[in-house]
Design a protein around this ligand. Structure first.
Ligand code: UDP
Ligand code: MG
Length: 310
């Protein structure tokens, strides 16, 4: 009996990507076919798109035996769509990429070689990014360094979800029940041997980014709250600092009163109130971010709802 060939699963979350899907299938299919001695499956997740993405994926899955379409019940967001795809993947190696071809599928062969040498995760690290706004580049660069500073586990900088991972690494990832997912960080947390792979990030093949500022901020908050409680500590430290300052101020006032000079100072009183109350609101806000996530997690809802797998 012939030994079963090993399987690569490519997993791609797609949200309103109708214009790029055929090109994606073509280029990715070619890269996968080039891995002789490996079988492959292409798992395309429709994240509740409002354009023709869903139809195209269904069609593809019916026509092409390699394609699996995972159709979510509504828009769940990039990280959850990816998690849904990963939960379906059966491969011995798993290749994650975006639908917009910003991550070149052609580097798969080189990533496979790094993995042959024993790595469990080969993550794409961006040397440069094309076709993205200066704002996006600057905020992304700053963000990756900031989150790395906050986090207790080292998180590689300039790294998205583009990567090749082993079955074992994926099994560990799939065991994590957290709702607010920062997948690239969670994979770092797993450990095992992880190697960077330098590449140049291309411009989007079609359409525009599905990450408007609002989603970027939410994503950043998810990343920070799931990898660090340092903001809470900083808030506590700020409290101590201001208590110290208040004490000094109080001593100064009492001493002044004993000397018999009470100061009439509306401006100074108001500004102290404004500063202190805004700091309090800010600290409450930080606590609220953690509390809200704790609450959502405590409901124990499933992470995503798959309507249909074709
Ligand atoms: N995406 C998704 N659901 C969303 C938003 C994005 O599945 O709610 C997918 C999108 O189709 C793409 C990937 O996530 O495959 C990355 O999105 P995008 O390219 O817009 O982000 P950027 O590269 O601009 O950071
Ligand atoms: Mg993109």
């Amino acid at each position: 009996m012939a030994r079963k060939r090993k399987l690569i699963s490519a997993v791609i979350p797609c949200y309103n990507e109708e214009s790029g899907l055929h090109e994606l299938y073509y280029r990715l299919g070619k890269a996968l076919k080039a891995q002789n001695s490996w079988d492959y499956e292409i798992i395309l997740v429709d994240d509740g798109s409002s354009d023709k993405t869903r139809l195209i994926l269904e069609e593809m899955a019916k026509k092409q035996s390699h394609v699996v379409a995972v159709l979510l019940s509504r828009n769940h967001g990039h990280q959850l769509a990816l998690s849904a795809g990963l939960s379906v993947a059966k491969g011995d190696r798993i290749f994650i990429l975006d639908a917009d071809l910003q991550d070149p599928p052609e580097v798969l062969g080189d990533m496979m070689k790094v993995m042959d040498e024993g790595a469990h995760v080969v993550y794409g690290q961006r040397r440069q990014r094309d076709g993205e706004s200066l704002f996006k580049k600057v905020t992304a660069k700053g963000f990756y360094r900031f989150i790395n500073w906050l986090s207790d586990v080292p998180l590689p900088v300039d790294t998205g979800d583009f990567r090749l991972m082993s079955r074992q690494a994926l099994d560990e990832l799939n065991r994590m029940p957290e709702q607010h997912r920062y997948i690239r960080g969670m994979i770092s947390w797993v450990g095992l041997k992880q190697e960077p792979f330098l590449y140049d990030r291309a411009a989007r093949y079609a359409d525009e980014t599905k990450y408007p500022l609002r989603k970027m901020i939410r994503f950043a908050l998810d990343a920070i709250t799931s990898f660090s409680i340092r903001p809470l500590r900083i808030a506590a430290f700020g409290g101590f600092l201001f208590a110290g300052l208040a004490l000094i101020g109080l001593i100064y006032i009492i001493w002044g009163a004993l000397q018999g000079n009470t100061v009439s100072g509306w401006a100074s009183v108001i500004s102290v109130i404004l500063i202190c109350s805004s700091i309090q609101m800010f600290v409450l806000g930080i606590m609220g971010e953690y509390l809200g996530r704790l609450y959502m997690q405590s409901k124990g809802r499933p992470l995503f709802v798959i309507e249909k797998i074709v």
